[in-house]
Write a protein that binds this ligand. Sequence first.
Ligand SMILES: Cc1ncc(C[n+]2csc(CCOP(=O)(O)OP(=O)(O)O)c2C)c(N)n1
Length: 324
Amino acid sequence: MFEREELLRYYETMVKIRKFEMEAKRAREAEEILGNVHLYVGEEAVATGVCACLTPQDYIESTHRGHGHTIAKGADIRPMMAELYGKITGCCKGKGGSQHVADFSVGMLGANGIVGGGFGLAVGAALAARFQNSDAISVVFFGDGASNRGTFHESANMAAAWHLPVIFVCENNGIACSTIHATGGQQAVLGLSKRAVGYDMESYVVNGNDFFAVKAAMERLVKRARNGEGNRCGFLECQTHRALAHNVNDAQEVYRDPAAAWAKFVADDPIRNYERRCLAEGWLKQEDFGAVQTHVDELIQDAKQFAIESPYPDPEELYTDIYD
Ligand SMILES: Cc1ncc(C[n+]2csc(CCOP(=O)(O)OP(=O)(O)O)c2C)c(N)n1
């Protein structure tokens, strides 16, 4: 059973991710944002369902498609938007852009332009938590393409062998750009959760477009990661769909029909799925959704204004925050 406030909060998170991204798309197309922008539209229920099970001190590691994870972990969208615009008020002083948003204050350790770059960082965070006698757990989001990287296998093995509390969340959208289709011969198994067996991890496969399914499976994995004995790692395969192009500049026509991809999304939109379930159960009313959407529109406009009005970094900033 869910509390009304809780349901509204999850809904607001998903809507905030969607509207933040549609605004980022507009700004990128208008060349207000100069760096590359990879959109998460259609995958919102994964980040929201997973992060709904985490505490502020838990850690997450993200991907090149990281806006959703960052928002779901509770980051402030003003410095996030400013980061996309390359402004000094950005969460990384404008040095990282969309692919490197981070907010340590909420345990969001960073999006990552290196596919598969987050695994080792997530395992390291779990190890650090152990040394600090903290009960924080660590979650790493990654795509089906990233699961083919050596970094996945090395990190999974170490986390399992050392009994570290790490949950591997695979966002299986069936496509890894450049290698095109998961079904196209780039990986030996299509059921990616089978990989968990090799590291003796508890694993689940869920409909990633169903917030409630994601959250229910994640809750079980979190319980074991936080309180379990022995191997505490988990693997959650979320089957989902990327609605838009790989990034805002991607000519997806070369590998799929954009209209068909969009139609598939419309028929199984995670936000609409959530609304339908809440209405069917009598948990929320139609007007509740409208109120949240209006509120989020205001937040997005405020973040956009903040980003546009903020200054760019001074050139001297190039020489700060670096190692000698
Ligand atoms: C080490 C590395 N190799 C290749 C790339 C180029 N690249 C960027 S995204 C991507 C596909 C990633 O696919 P997946 O992990 O399934 O995530 P998705 O884009 O589907 O969310 C590739 C090959 C990269 N950024 N880093």
